[in-house]
Design a protein around this ligand. Sequence first.
Ligand code: OKP
Ligand code: ZN
Length: 319
Amino acid sequence: MIALYSSVHAHHDPELEYYDGQAAPYAERAARIPSILSGCRTLGIPVRTSNISISPQQLQAVHGRRYVEYLQSKCGAIGEGAQLMPSVFIGDTYTPLTRHAYEAACHAAGLAVAAAELVASGEQHAVYALCRPPGHHAERDAMMGYCYFNNAALAAQRLSAGGKKVAVLDIDYHHGNGTQHAFYDRSGVLYVSLHVDPAEAFPYGSGFSDERGVRKGLGFTRNFPLDRSATPRDYLAVLDKAVQAVQAFEPDFLVLSLGFDTYKDDPIGGLGLDIRDYRTIGNRLARGLPYPALIVQEGGYNVEMLGALSAAFLRGYTV
Ligand code: OKP
Ligand code: ZN
């Protein structure tokens, strides 16, 4: 296993997000990545730098042309250090633009696609893409939840080339609405998500258990909402169900959307999981889902703890 990293993300570092119009410090901080990187180093996972962008054409595998062009031109007009809350192509007020948002998002997507290529070619059995900004809330034509381009969806789309079956398992605290919607009417990519019940958590509008896909995609979306008060024991029991759903699909490749915001002291999530639980999670996934895998970084906002959390996960995953 190797990790893929790019330094370009650091130029995108907004100051504020808006909750019902009230400014609050931006939780999706640049410092998250060095912390996760230290977790990889603790485990001795080789880290490869991959400063590869993605073209607007490649982005259109998942996103609309007008959306991509809007982001590119709007970011170019923003001053260094400033931020702008766009009025269109946006699903919430947590996702401001900066001068370098487009560039950073293109490099995060580039990491995910480069990682997908290493896995698709068989060069690596597993690759951890240290994507930032995250991607799973990004819709075809809307930025949302700190996400601009959907890294996991772009990678899954790449891995599905030639009719390969791809399962996306999303274990971020939040439901990955964008990834779900990217494959909602298709049968070749399974989306399975474990997250806090959208009745009581972001993104509120999707991730309910009755969302199961449409037309050819019916049955190829599976949501496992958790109560906010779920214990680690409850969590692991539901994780086993999600793992079984993926196993039943018999995928050629796995994309894991990995969030550490289920950690008990996460500032915006927090689901009672402790460091040792991440080792258990990593271990259950490695054993239950031994497919060639791409791990895509999504959320996790306790910057000081991300190193320990990623190390614990990797310790369990790589045994
Ligand atoms: C992105 B990812 C709570 C604010 C919630 C939006 C959450 C975006 C999560 N006061 N803000 O899934 O980790
Ligand atoms: Zn999240």
